[in-house]
Design a protein around this ligand. Structure first.
Ligand code: LLP
Length: 463
């Protein structure tokens, strides 16, 4: 980080030379189906509609900013994963991407299981009727109270993340007179090609027990000796927003290697392996995500091949997609407040939300798309940066975006693919109120998470 100040000049300005940007899209009114949910289209007036409802009506009724979630799109993506993996595998939706009680009910109806990683997510899942045996409980530092609650509820599996946790869970299960099904999370030493903060299987990070140096094997050895634990398998999650399957290939190879060592040492073949989540989605037209059926085929081929080579029975596979299910199902609807052209640079478009409803751009340098949605426009494209209302210059929603040159205050714009890790990572920075999540389906809209109010804020501040 720089510790000196000097007059700003072109050398340091965060503006790339002219010609750097890819050419503006030929049609700014077009909506690329890769980044928008399936029911999104423009009506005859050019207004974007989703689930049969136009965004002007949504803005009037629910205000902006708002996350607008397409229920049919969510359900069909969930179903696609379920169908792709079939009867011999399990799909656990990763609740950290976005969790609400409505979502839990949809998952339940679509036959998916749920991965939770905190007491709060567990409470949400249980309160919406997710059967405990279909819940996996994750986390690198679960509290004793969280573990107790999970064991008491009867969760289907707890994913153990450290040596201390093996003993902790065993102790609590014994106290409660039960035998807890567990998996052991290992780090396989794969460098996933993604942002450092969301890569999780290289060695120098906090998750899991390294395969390296025989540590994971030792963890399995200890867990197998504890009567109150039933070790059902090994877990590996290599990171997020990954497009390249080769990381999973290496992970599966190494996990199967561990299963083989376990068989050779203890005479047991663990029945399951979980390969985590992390499959990428399209945030812009440049991204090319894979379909669930391709992923399912690739993963099951890799595991079968590795197991055949190791002369092991093929274990049951589970996966934990979060972003790939919920990411593309929602967009964030904003109203434009100010439009500020900066001579020779670009135009800054300020919206009524920002880094409190989408921290991903600031945190990971994430790229997003954006479109004018309250009307169509034939105006020439202008280079913009879509920014929020927070007191911070890093409060950027879309770093480089082309929007029509006649964009004006009062227009509605939408940022697609904000279903994952936006509401779930939202904050109250600057005491800005978190937006609602409005679900749309068949011409009906309903709030599934309401907008935060000043009363909500003040209720927590006990004075
Ligand atoms: N399973 C485990 C054990 C995980 O840790 C995660 C994500 C998932 C599954 C789901 O990954 P997905 O399929 O959604 O990529 N906040 C970051 C992502 C952090 C992901 C943490 N773990 C972001 O906004 O990109």
């Amino acid at each position: 980080m720089s510790r000196s100040a000097h007059p700003a000049g072109p050398r340091h300005a965060d503006v790339l030379p002219e010609g750097h940007y890819s050419a503006p899209p030929t049609d700014l009114n077009a909506l690329d189906p890769k980044v928008w949910s399936q029911t999104v289209t423009r009506d005859e007036h050019g207004v974007l509609t989703v689930g049969g409802i136009d965004v002007k009506r949504l803005a009037e009724e629910y205000g902006t900013p708002a996350y607008v979630l397409d229920e049919d799109d969510f359900r069909s993506r969930a179903r696609a994963w379920r169908t792709a993996f079939g009867e011999n595998a399990d799909v656990f939706y990763a609740g950290k991407a976005f969790l609400s009680r409505a979502v839990v009910r949809w998952l339940n109806e679509e036959g998916l299981n749920l991965d939770v990683c905190s007491g709060g997510e567990l409470a949400t899942a249980l309160s919406a009727g997710m059967p405990a045996e279909r819940i996996a409980f994750h986390g690198n530092n679960k509290s004793a109270a969280e573990i107790r609650r999970a064991v008491e509820a009867g969760v289907g599996r707890i994913v153990l993340d450290s040596f201390q946790e093996i003993v902790r869970v065993a102790h609590i299960a014994r106290e409660l007179g039960t035998r807890q099904r567990v998996q052991i999370r290992v780090t396989v030493g794969v460098e996933a090609h993604t942002h450092e903060f969301i890569a999780t299987a290289h060695e120098d990070q906090k998750f899991g027990i390294p395969l390296a140096g025989g540590q994971a094997a030792e963890a399995v050895r200890r867990a197998l000796q504890l009567d109150s634990l039933e070790v059902i398998g090994i877990h590996s999650h290599i990171g997020s927003q990954i497009f390249d399957m080769s990381g999973f290939e290496v992970a599966a190879h190494r996990v199967v290697g561990l299963l083989k060592d376990i068989r050779d040492e203890h005479g047991v073949e663990l029945p399951e392996i979980d390969l985590g989540g992390g499959l990428g989605i399209a945030y812009t037209s440049d991204d090319d995500p894979r379909e669930p059926h391709e992923i399912a085929k690739a993963l099951s081929e890799i595991v079968t091949r590795e197991c055949e080579a190791a002369k092991l029975r093929t274990p049951r596979i589970s996966v934990e997609p979060g972003r790939a299910i919920v990411g593309p199902t929602a967009f964030t609807l904003y109203e434009v407040g100010t439009v500020k052209p900066l001579e020779g640079l670009r135009t800054y478009v300020s919206v009524d939300g920002g880094m409190s409803d989408n921290i991903r751009t600031a945190l990971y340098d994430a790229e997003y798309s954006v479109a004018l949605v309250s009307r169509s426009s034939d105006a020439a494209p202008m280079l913009t940066r879509v920014v929020g209302k927070h007191c911070e210059s890093g409060d950027i929603v879309v770093k480089d975006a082309f929007l029509p040159g006649d964009l004006a205050p009062g227009d509605l714009i939408a940022v697609p693919a904000t279903g994952a890790y936006c509401r779930s990572m939202a904050s109250n920075y600057n005491h800005v109120l978190r937006p609602p999540v409005v679900a749309v389906k068949d011409g009906q809209a309903r709030v599934i998470v309401r907008r935060e109010t000043e009363e909500d804020l003040l209720r927590l501040d006990v004075g």
